[in-house]
Design a protein around this ligand. Structure first.
Ligand code: CDP
Length: 232
């Protein structure tokens, strides 16, 4: 019973967030009164007011009450909640999606090797990806269209690598998307695109991990063109 109530509450909270987003509370503040909101959600004013209060308690919105209503903005946590719903719909409607990203091989600054070999990550790669990655990442400079296309990765279910910490610092969570790297007639599957859980929009480089050194396997040098095909 308690669970069912919890779920109903979560559902109401989501519906409220969605309305707030639609009236402009994602990128700024939206002005509304509880009576307006009640109208939109088809509830009583008290219920509308309680929903806003619950969202505020969960840190999903910020509010500023003024004499004739309130200014509401959705916080990062609120946007995250909406986005996970959006991602679920993407999976439903873009099932079996394939995202093809094109670009050229490039060299980084040797950071890939450092991160991939950290024990907190390596143990998870081995267990969750089923292979021990070659120590490094193949960096691909994406072409313009692929930089945009990259956003569609959110419609593909990633392998989730958890964040962890040692004595000195914390290491963030990462997503690994199953991928095939195609170079001319050759291709290599069983690779993964790896990205921090929080990827910035317009990120123009892709990093790929694999059980083998892709430069050797596919005979790749800097500036060679590759296609990275991501598919569930
Ligand atoms: O950051 P940087 O590109 O210098 O290299 P890294 O991530 O430390 O990886 C070492 C080298 O192996 C680089 O030349 C990568 O492009 C390459 N590599 C590869 O060919 N296949 C992989 N699966 C991983 C890295």
């Amino acid at each position: 019973m308690a669970d069912a109530t919890g779920r109903a509450l979560a559902h109401d909270a989501l519906a409220t967030l969605k309305h707030l987003a639609l009236i402009g509370a994602v990128d700024g503040q939206a002005k509304l009164s509880c009576a307006d909101l009640a109208d939109r959600l088809d509830t009583s004013t008290q219920t509308a007011s309680r929903r806003l209060q619950q969202l505020e308690e969960r840190d999903q919105i910020d509010r500023e009450v003024v004499s004739d209503g309130q200014w509401v903005s959705i916080t990062e946590a609120g946007v995250k909640r909406l986005r996970s719903e959006y991602d679920a719909y993407r999976r439903i409607f873009e099932a079996a999606a394939t995202v093809e990203l094109a670009g050229t091989v490039t060299s980084g600054m040797g950071e890939g090797r450092h991160y991939i070999t950290l024990p907190g990550y390596m143990a998870q790669f081995t267990e969750l990806l089923g292979y021990e990655p070659f120590p490094g990442t193949l960096n691909v400079d994406l072409d313009e269209e692929s930089v945009r296309e990259r956003a569609r990765l959110s419609g593909i279910e990633p392998v989730e690598i958890e964040g962890w910490e040692d004595d000195e610092r914390t290491y963030g969570p990462a997503y690994c998307y199953p991928a095939t790297v195609v170079a001319g007639d050759e291709s290599m599957d069983e690779t993964h695109v790896i990205a921090p859980e929080r990827t910035h929009h317009g990120e123009d480089q892709l990093e790929v991990i694999a059980p083998v050194k892709l430069r050797d396997e596919l005979d790749l040098a800097d500036d060679d063109e590759v296609i990275v095909r991501v598919a569930e």
